[in-house]
Design a protein around this ligand. Sequence first.
Ligand SMILES: CCCCCCCCCCCCCCCC(=O)SCCNC(=O)CCNC(=O)[C@H](O)C(C)(C)COP(=O)(O)OP(=O)(O)OC[C@H]1O[C@@H](n2cnc3c(N)ncnc32)[C@H](O)[C@@H]1OP(=O)(O)O
Length: 138
Amino acid sequence: MGCGPDNPHGHHLQVRRDGQDVVAEHVFDERHVGAPGIAHGGAVATVIDDLFGFLLYGMGSLGVTRSLQMDYRAPVLLGRNYILRARLVERDGRKMHTAATVAHETNFVATARAVFVAVDLGHFTEALSSADRDRSSR
Ligand SMILES: CCCCCCCCCCCCCCCC(=O)SCCNC(=O)CCNC(=O)[C@H](O)C(C)(C)COP(=O)(O)OP(=O)(O)OC[C@H]1O[C@@H](n2cnc3c(N)ncnc32)[C@H](O)[C@@H]1OP(=O)(O)O
């Protein structure tokens, strides 16, 4: 949904490092519409969540979102280029506190905070096995 190339409804996010931060440019389009002309808040949360995923990946940590708090300060408009930026605020054991901004030029239209929790590979392989079992029992 966030960055993979195969999903035609995905955001195809392209992320780069900038010092300790990760940064992406993104344009929301009609696939992400909420109110007319405005990106759905869930779509904005999706790209921020994915950006945090890249941040952790760059740090060499496997982690999943435990909580995500969005602050929508102004409408995120379709067809406009936004700069997304994320950083690690603090690491506390398994918890990674992260923060992000969404900006157009010098205007911050959304900010976010999240808590990610480090997991091992088993978190993903067990979920995959359960999903496979559910599919084959249908
Ligand atoms: C085949 C393999 C492929 C692998 C390839 C991988 C690819 C990787 C792709 C990633 C792509 C990215 C995409 C975007 C990121 C998602 O979308 S992630 C998906 C959405 N998130 C989830 O599904 C997570 C679901 N939740 C869980 O699985 C479990 O709750 C968790 C997160 C693993 C934690 O469970 P737990 O291990 O039982 O931990 P728990 O004791 O409850 O809490 C851990 C710590 O966090 C604290 N905590 C809990 N909640 C909060 C909170 N709200 N605020 C603050 N602290 C909290 C606890 O107090 C505790 O603190 P300590 O006591 O350790 O100090």
